[in-house]
Design a protein around this ligand. Structure first.
Ligand SMILES: Cc1cc2nc3c(=O)[nH]c(=O)nc-3n(C[C@H](O)[C@H](O)[C@H](O)COP(=O)(O)OP(=O)(O)OC[C@H]3O[C@@H](n4cnc5c(N)ncnc54)[C@H](O)[C@@H]3O)c2cc1C
Length: 443
């Protein structure tokens, strides 16, 4: 046995057949949930790639927070307005009310948000009437995920399996008893599919961007939970609510992922220009409206991109506030402070998903969904900038509380033998036409 095989064998030997809670996904939602759960519970976390290969890590702009009580109604109204009033108000209220608690928790986990003097620094993005977004330069997601990962690794009750894919759920009589897992390095034979039982299973598998050619998302985030749940008649909600981000860099990327130019750039004063160098829209309208304005301008000019310009802004401020984006553009031969930056709208976020109630429970007993794969109605038809990290973590906390009460737990262990099937065929069938079905709101 070579060294690689030894490592794989060791990894497999660590996998138990039963845990209290199984969490699928190591983005902000999954990680925050694992940390919020009682430390007496045994927790398994799995992720398809490495722990930090999640869209949460890519977040640039920041995380909304209720800065002062007086902002409650304004924050609520901005979220509802961006969502075209299709939001579930109760969920929005929960998110805003709990925002400071999440921020406090992140600070205790060592996330180093930017400050002005001793006070936290707040920025603004499209659709916000007030500065209420905390940030870590332009790599907020990286700072948050790294802080959470550090904590998770220090907890003895949380086991993380990387390069491990959930290929199915163990669901019988509309009750979820766990997951079927497959290690990436293995072939898809029956003996390489591992049933793992849990008293509660939490889906935190993120969005659907990998199903699109032009998306800011990691390519491996492909709506897997939605594809799997198609087989079990789980309730879905607003699957066709898909967000297109106005400003992704118009550039062919080797890894196929479009690079985002955060809305905070426009929040700090960047302009959108057409090929005549003219502004053509209010840059701070909600995302869907700005994207629509860009598409209309591209159509009018018969071009495949427009420009973002920061040339009129103080270059020192730009470089200090957006060092990651400055370097990313530089790598591609563009000077963020001097050049017109070519941009095009791209798929960015999925507002719809697995229907959950106020406790984040899905319609299947024992199965929760949180973060982007779920739909608790916070975002309505269009997500307000920087609400998703917050929403992911707020409802992760809600799940932990529900599990603590014991209400969401089931008695695991089906007596049935694991399903025998052609697993590769099963996976292919789950993904076949998935994007089209999501867009047609008909899973
Ligand atoms: C470029 C970019 C910038 C963004 N900027 C912001 C921002 O500034 N502010 C903000 O609030 N939001 C922002 N967002 C959105 C936000 O980052 C995410 O929507 C949110 O964090 C979703 O978190 P999540 O935990 O639900 O999913 P993710 O962070 O995407 O994590 C999904 C996890 O599920 C795993 N997974 C998926 N399928 C499987 C499977 N079958 N088996 C095992 N594991 C699986 C993945 O490997 C991953 O670990 C941005 C998104 C992008 C792409």
């Amino acid at each position: 046995m070579n060294q690689q095989e030894e490592i794989q064998k060791k990894k497999k030997s660590k996998l138990r057949s039963e845990y209290d809670v199984i969490i699928v996904g190591t983005g902000a939602a999954g990680l925050f949930c694992a940390l919020a759960l009682d430390s007496s519970l045994s927790i398994l976390m799995v992720t398809k790639k490495g722990m930090k290969d999640c869209n949460s890590y890519l977040a640039q702009g920041g995380m909304c927070v209720l800065k002062e009580d007086a902002d409650f109604d304004c924050f609520m109204e901005d979220t509802l307005k961006a969502g075209h009033y299709k939001n579930r108000k109760e969920s929005v209220r929960t998110m805003i009310r709990r925002s400071r608690g999440v921020l406090r928790e992140l600070l205790t986990y060592g996330v180093d948000f930017d400050r002005q003097g001793k006070e936290l620094s707040y920025t603004k993005e499209g659709g916000h009437r007030k500065r209420r977004i905390v940030h870590c330069k332009d790599e907020t997601g990286k700072a948050i995920v790294e802080g959470l990962v550090r904590q998770v690794k220090s907890r003895g009750n949380i086991q993380v399996m990387e390069e491990t894919e959930m290929v199915d759920l163990i669901i019988e009589e509309q009750t979820c008893q766990g997951v079927y897992l497959h290690f990436n390095e293995d072939s898809f034979t029956q003996e390489n599919i591992h049933p793992v039982y849990g008293r509660a299973t939490v889906l935190a598998t993120g969005g659907i961007g990998g199903l699109y050619e032009n998306s800011t998302n990691f390519r491996h985030i492909t709506g897997d939970a939605l594809g799997i749940l198609r087989n079990y008649q789980a309730e879905m909600e607003h699957l066709d609510y898909i967000q297109i981000h106005p400003t992704t860099l118009f550039h062919r990327e080797k890894d196929g992922r479009k690079r985002l130019l955060t809305e905070a750039l426009r929040g700090e004063g960047a302009h959108l220009l057409n090929h005549q160098g003219q502004r053509f829209t209010d840059e701070l309208k909600p995302r869907d409206l700005v994207s629509a304005a860009i598409f209309a301008e591209m159509k009018r000019e018969k071009t495949d991109h427009v420009y973002l310009s920061l040339r009129h802004l103080d270059s020192k401020v730009v470089k200090t506030r957006f060092p990651y984006i400055y370097a990313m553009c530089k790598d591609r031969g563009l000077d963020l402070c001097q050049d017109l930056i070519p941009i095009v709208p791209g798929q960015h976020y999925h507002m719809g998903g697995i229907h959950v109630n106020q406790k984040s429970r899905s319609s299947i007993q024992g199965l929760y969904a949180i973060g982007e794969c779920s739909c608790n109605g916070v975002h309505g038809k269009n997500r307000l900038a920087s609400n998703s990290l917050l929403e992911s973590m707020v409802f992760a906390q809600v799940v932990a509380e529900d599990i603590k009460l014991g209400e969401g737990l089931i008695n695991p262990r089906s007596k049935n033998l694991p399903k025998v099937r052609d697993w590769q065929e099963f996976l292919a069938a789950n993904h076949a036409g998935l994007r089209e079905r999501i867009e047609a709101n008909n899973l």
